[in-house]
Ligand binder design. Structure first.
Ligand code: CP3
Length: 361
C-alpha cells in the first residue's frame, strides 16, 4: 500500500542526488548515516543570514534569486546538513492570489483584506496566474541547484491548504482560528471553493519548483493541529489528496504539522512519503502506529528548544533519540519545529556533526 509514490521513479533526477542519504531515507532505503536537516536552518539565528537580510525587506530577499540562493546554500554548508531548503515563505502564494502581504517589524505576517465569504474568495486571482506570479521562487531554486554541492538535495515547499487559508481568513497568525472555522462551518461552499483555488495554485507552484531543480517537497501544515480528526477528514483530507496526487512521482513528499498526534493516520492517507513528527510525540511509538518503516518514513523530532540547553544535554537527547530508532531505515533527523532565533549556531553545527558520527553504519 505505502511507498506508491517513490518506487522506481528516478525520472531525471541525477544518480548522485537520487542515492544521497536524505533521498534514500525518504524512500525507506538503507543509509550510511542518519541524514539530518533542520527546519528554518536559514534564518535569524545565523549571522550570515542577518548580514544578507540587512540589505532587504523579508519579501525583497525572497524575490532576489541571488541572495535567496546565497542564504540557502550558506546555511547548508555552515551547519553541514544533508539537504538544503529553498529560502522562501508559505505565504507568497497568497500575494500571487492578489492579497496584500506585509511583514511588519516584529509583528509577523499580515494579509489584507481577510477572506470572509464566497464573494471574497471569488475575487481572488486565477490560481494558475498566482503560481506564475511566484516564479521568482523557481529562479531562486535554479540558481541554488547550480550553487549547491552536487550530492545535496534541494527541498522545495509550500504551506498546506489549511495553514495557508488560515492566514487568508484571519489576516495573520491566530490562536483560536475563529474566522477560519466560521468560514469552514458557516460558509462551507466558500471554504471548498477556497480550498480548490489554493490547491490548484499550489499544484502549479510545486510542479514548477520540481522543474526548476527541487528533488523533494515539504508541505507545511504548521497549524492544522487545531483541527479535529473528523473535521480534517471532511474539510481538508480530500484537498490534500488532490494536491499530493498531482505531484511528480519519484519526488518524495513530506507532510508536516505541529500538535498533530490525532491526525497523523490521516496524513498517511494523503499518500505522502514522509511524515514530519513534532516533539510532543514519541517518535518510534508514533512510527509503529503508522505501520513502521515498511510503510512510511518519518522526520523528526528533537525539541527545537533543546538547542538552548548545555551542549552535553543537547547531544545526550540526540543520542537518546537515535538509540530509540535503532538504525531503522527511513528516519530523517530534524527538530520538532523550526530553529528559534535565540539559538547559538555552534550548537547546530555540533548537533549535526554528532548525528553523523554517532549514526555511522
Ligand atoms: O526552513 C527554512 O530555512 C526555509 C525558509 C522558510 C521560511 N519560512 C523563512 C522565514 C520556511 C520553510 C518558512 C515556512 C513558513 N512561513 C511557515 C511554516 C513553517 C513553520 O515555521 O511552521 C510559516 C507558518 C510561515 C509564515 C511566516 N513567515 C511567519 C509566521 C513568519 C514570522 C516568523 C517570525 O518569527 O517573525 C515568517 C517570516 C519568516 N519566514 C522568517 C524566515 C527566516 C523571518 C523573517 C525575517 O528575516 O525577519
Amino acid at each position: 500500500m505505502a511507498r506508491i509514490r517513490s518506487d522506481g521513479n528516478q525520472q531525471n533526477i541525477d544518480s548522485v542526488l537520487w542515492d544521497s542519504p536524505f533521498m534514500r531515507a525518504c524512500r525507506g532505503e538503507s543509509v550510511p548515516h542518519t541524514p539530518v536537516w533542520l527546519m528554518r536552518q536559514a534564518g535569524r539565528y545565523m549571522q550570515e543570514y542577518r548580514d544578507v537580510r540587512a540589505n532587504h525587506t523579508f519579501l525583497s530577499l525572497c524575490k532576489n534569486k541571488h541572495d535567496a540562493s546565497k542564504v540557502t546554500v550558506d546555511a547548508q554548508r555552515i551547519i553541514g546538513a544533508d539537504a538544503a531548503i529553498i529560502f522562501a515563505d508559505i505565504l507568497l502564494i497568497l500575494e500571487g492570489l492578489g492579497m496584500e502581504l506585509t511583514f511588519g517589524k516584529g509583528e509577523g505576517p499580515k494579509l489584507n483584506p481577510c477572506l470572509t465569504d464566497l464573494a471574497s474568495v471569488q475575487a481572488l486571482n486565477n490560481p494558475h496566474d498566482a503560481a506564475a506570479a511566484c516564479s521568482y521562487v523557481n529562479d531562486a531554486i535554479s540558481t541554488c541547484r547550480n550553487e549547491l554541492p552536487a550530492d545535496i538535495p534541494l527541498i522545495g515547499f509550500c504551506g498546506a491548504p489549511f495553514t495557508v487559508a488560515s492566514y487568508a481568513c484571519e489576516g495573520g497568525g491566530s490562536r483560536q482560528y475563529a474566522k477560519t472555522k466560521t468560514m469552514m462551518y458557516c460558509h462551507t461552499d466558500a471554504w471548498h471553493a477556497l480550498m480548490d483555488i489554493i490547491v490548484t495554485a499550489l499544484q502549479d507552484y510545486l510542479i514548477g519548483q520540481v522543474k526548476a531543480g527541487a528533488q523533494c517537497l515539504q508541505i507545511f501544515d504548521s497549524w492544522v493541529g487545531n483541527i479535529s480528526a473528523e473535521d480534517y477528514e471532511a474539510y481538508l483530507l480530500p484537498h490534500m489528496i488532490k494536491l499530493v496526487d498531482a505531484l511528480p512521482k519519484g519526488i518524495p513528499i513530506i507532510v508536516f504539522g505541529t500538535h498533530t498526534r490525532h491526525l497523523l493516520h490521516l496524513f498517511k492517507q494523503t499518500n505522502c512519503d514522509v511524515i514530519g513528527i513534532d516533539a510532543t510525540c514519541d517518535l518510534v511509538q508514533t512510527w509503529d502506529a503508522l505501520g513502521g518503516p515498511d510503510e512510511i518514513s518519518v522526520q523528526g523530532n528533537l525539541d527545537q528548544t533543546l538547542l538552548l540547553a548545555p551542549k552535553e544535554m543537547l547531544l545526550d537527547k540526540a543520542k537518546q533519540l537515535l538509540d530509540s530508532v535503532e538504525s531503522r531505515p527511513g528516519h530523517i533527523f530534524n527538530l520538532g519545529h523550526g530553529i528559534i532565533k535565540e539559538t547559538n549556531p555552534q550548537q547546530v553545527i555540533d548537533l549535526i556533526a554528532f548525528i553523523h558520527e554517532y549514526s555511522k553504519r
